[in-house]
Design a protein around this ligand. Structure first.
Ligand SMILES: *Cc1c(COP(=O)(O)O)cnc(C)c1O
Length: 428
């Protein structure tokens, strides 16, 4: 394929935008080469600036669960835009989407809308700290909760580590309040809780991890985490920015039947516009300003265009629940096809899948945590990524990402993808 115009546009962009991108993972740094500039997209396909057609497995990193430019969502935004795009005053549509979200998601009474997943997670942690009057938080290695300071913390080597920042600009003062645990290792969580008695406000977790590839919780892990949080009087935050309205109408809480105290959303809930949200039972949410002392605000929060897109998206998912089965079936079909192709060509791999999330790890062992994911062969991944791209298949340019399946994908698209894997597997 030819990417002449994309490369030219990237050269221009680099002069005025750091690294040429407004979010680092778009830059292809992990796989080499120049990023592709997209011109437009429809359904399951991207059309780039060189007029290549690509089957899209990123889908804006999750939001486009029904495919690009889905007509009900586009129409809702266009109609809303004609009536004014921002007011800084309450609008009826904010209550409509809040009512629908509260109806779809178990165990929440109230929801507040923000502009990104980062904002949602940052605000959820502040609320947990305000509610419990405690400072420390536990997060898991390899889980991503946006780029707010408290979350950019990497593991030290001790069993119970005070985090050290993994980005300059995050202070030691902030880092010391973030305690790092191993995903799927309940003993480790228990140790950290025991040695920080009375100091931990909350545990924040991706209840199905999607930012170190897809890593589902092992049996009993979330249940035991729930129990530990109750025992130690710690709030449990499910970061469902990726999984919310994707793995089920009610996200992982519904799919796996474990309740969180606070839940965060993003991606699908905005239907492709910038939206995040956090939600909980009333007793917790009532601690937020203007009712309570915990401050949180936003000029464009609850923006009418964003709410229109989100409401149209959630309405589709709510009125057509068969979408979730269809998505899971397509993902399973893809899983089998890819596994066969790689096995036939003796390529070492492990595939993780749950619902419409799937990731291919070029690793020998089961991938249950960040360390296991990091053992994947990155050179193989790079070849795989570029090989797939040459065959018109766009997957995330990093081995640590899940693929996002959209319901716009047809079985012909999936077959084309599997055929590409067969071709690429020959050169791995
Ligand atoms: C994408 C993501 C975020 C951050 O959301 P942004 O909208 O990019 O700020 C937070 N948590 C999880 C689990 C995510 O996948």
């Amino acid at each position: 394929m030819i990417y002449k115009r994309s490369s030219a546009l990237f050269a221009e962009a680099q002069k005025v935008i750091p690294g040429g991108v407004n979010s680092p993972v778009r830059a292809f740094k992990a796989v080499g080469g120049d990023p592709i500039f997209v011109k437009e997209a429809k359904g399951a396909y991207l059309y780039d600036e060189d007029n290549n057609r690509l089957i899209d497995y990123i889908n804006s990193w999750g939001p486009m669960i029904l495919g690009h430019a889905h007509p009900p969502v586009v129409e809702a935004v266009v109609e809303k835009a004609k009536k004014g795009t921002s007011f800084g005053m309450p609008t009826e549509i904010e209550t409509q989407i809040a009512e629908l979200a509260v109806q779809m998601v178990p165990n929440i009474d109230k929801i507040r809308f923000v502009n990104s997943g980062t904002e949602a997670c940052m605000s959820a942690v502040r609320l947990a700290r305000g509610y419990t009057s405690k400072d420390k938080i536990i997060k898991f290695a390899g889980c991503y909760h946006g780029h707010s300071d408290s979350f950019l913390i990497q593991a030290g080597s001790g069993a119970v580590t005070f985090g050290s920042p993994n980005s300059p600009g995050v202070t030691q003062g902030t880092a010391k309040d973030t305690l790092l645990a191993r995903y799927n290792d309940i003993k480790h969580v228990e140790e950290i809780m025991s040695s920080n008695q009375g100091e931990i406000a909350c545990v924040i977790i991706e209840p199905v991890a999607g930012n170190m590839g897809c890593i589902p919780p092992i049996d009993g892990f979330l249940e035991e985490l729930r129990t530990l949080c109750d025992t130690h009087n710690i709030l449990l935050i499910f970061d469902e920015v990726m999984t919310g309205f994707r793995l089920a109408q009610g996200g992982v809480q519904e799919l796996l039947g474990v309740n969180a105290d606070i839940v965060t959303f993003g991606k699908v809930i905005g239907g492709g516009l910038p939206v995040g949200a956090f939600a909980a039972r009333s007793e917790i949410m009532n601690h937020l300003a203007p009712l309570g002392p915990v401050y949180q605000a936003g000029t464009l929060s609850g923006n009418p265009l964003a709410m229109a897109a989100g409401l149209a998206m959630l309405t589709e998912l709510h009125t057509k629940p068969e979408i979730f089965t269809s998505l899971a079936d397509k993902t399973e079909y893809l899983h089998k096809g890819i596994a066969n192709a790689l096995t036939n060509h003796k390529v070492t791999h492990t595939i993780n899948r749950i619902g419409s999330m799937i990731s291919v790890h070029f690793a020998e062992d089961k991938v249950v945590d960040f360390d296991a994911a990091a053992k994947g062969n990155n050179d193989t991944f790079k070849k795989f990524f570029h090989g797939m791209l040459d065959n018109g298949i766009y997957i995330a340019p990093s081995a640590f990402e899940s693929w996002f399946i959209t319901d716009a994908l047809t079985y012909e698209d999936l077959d084309e993808t599997i055929k590409a894997v067969e071709e690429v597997a020959e050169i791995l």
